[in-house]
Ligand binder design. Structure first.
Ligand SMILES: [Fe+2]
Ligand SMILES: [Fe+2]
Length: 265
């Protein structure tokens, strides 16, 4: 069966017509699910974009949120509103963060979490990188020390909340898809054909989720784990272990597009 994947559409820059066009493309392809790996819009318009996708694409939308989805608000508030929207959607929208494993088919399971650039990879102390996140997301405003501890906390929370559903999925299924916004490994943090490395890694890699994924994949070498992520807007693939494959999706501002179709057994 075909599954569609969309990452980093930033629909606030692209507009309603572009969102509707994406949804119609999913419907026309006959995809049985749409997976979205975050950065749909910003806090004030996020639910509107989810509603366009959920009502028009003719398949359930399984999604996680990206850093931009929290702009103008706080992590807890946005997650709370999104969960309410999912409850009211009658199964059309499923927020994977904190959600139990989902069966895509009898053999293939799905889990996910927003993840976060958690200041674990690269060198946070010496990185000159300043992201708009630090101004526009309430949780991240404050001193550099506060920022570091909050990023650690968000990464740890992601790894903890994802571990249970992942274990459950790896017991039940031969193939498991993990949808997350932030690449969990430096080698999957692509920028124009190369891993971005050094100064970018603290904010573009979720180290805690990566460590957890590596150890869970090693516990069950017979189960294939495919991670779908975004955030860097540059495409690439990395094999982190023989049963742990990471695909990072491409994206362009104002030109949102589905990734290549995926076939699930
Ligand atoms: Fe993005
Ligand atoms: Fe992002």
């Amino acid at each position: 069966m075909e599954v569609a994947w969309l990452t980093d559409p930033h629909l606030n820059f692209a507009g309603v017509r572009a969102a509707e066009k994406l949804a119609m493309e999913v419907r026309e392809r006959g995809a049985k699910a749409l997976l979205v790996s975050g950065d749909l819009g910003e806090a004030h318009d996020l639910e509107g974009w989810l509603s366009v996708l959920g009502s028009m694409c003719g398949a359930p939308v399984y999604f996680v949120l990206g850093n931009h989805d929290f702009y103008g608000s706080s992590v807890e508030l946005v997650r709370g509103h999104v969960r309410e929207a999912c409850e009211a959607s009658d199964g059309a929208l499923v927020y994977l963060t904190g959600h139990e494993a989902v069966a895509l088919t009898e053999r293939t399971g799905l889990v996910g979490h927003d993840g976060w650039g958690d200041a674990r990879a690269g060198s946070f102390e010496t990185s000159p990188v300043m992201l708009a996140d630090f101004m526009h997301i309430e949780d991240l405003r404050g001193t550099r020390e506060h920022l570091q501890s909050k990023l650690h906390e968000l990464g740890d929370q992601a790894a903890e909340q994802l571990q249970g559903p992942l274990r459950e999925a790896m017991e039940r299924f031969e193939d498991v898809f993990v949808v997350t916004h932030v690449p969990p490994f430096e080698e999957a943090c692509w920028h124009e054909g190369k891993p971005s490395g050094g100064d970018w890694s603290p904010f573009f890699v979720c180290g805690a989720v990566g460590e957890m994924l590596r150890s869970e994949a090693a516990r069950r070498p017979g189960v294939r784990v495919t991670v779908l992520c975004g955030h860097t807007h540059s495409a690439g693939e990395a094999w982190v272990a023989s049963n742990l494959h990471v695909k990072t999706g491409a994206a362009r501002y104002r030109k949102p597009a589905l990734q290549a179709p995926m076939w699930v057994r």
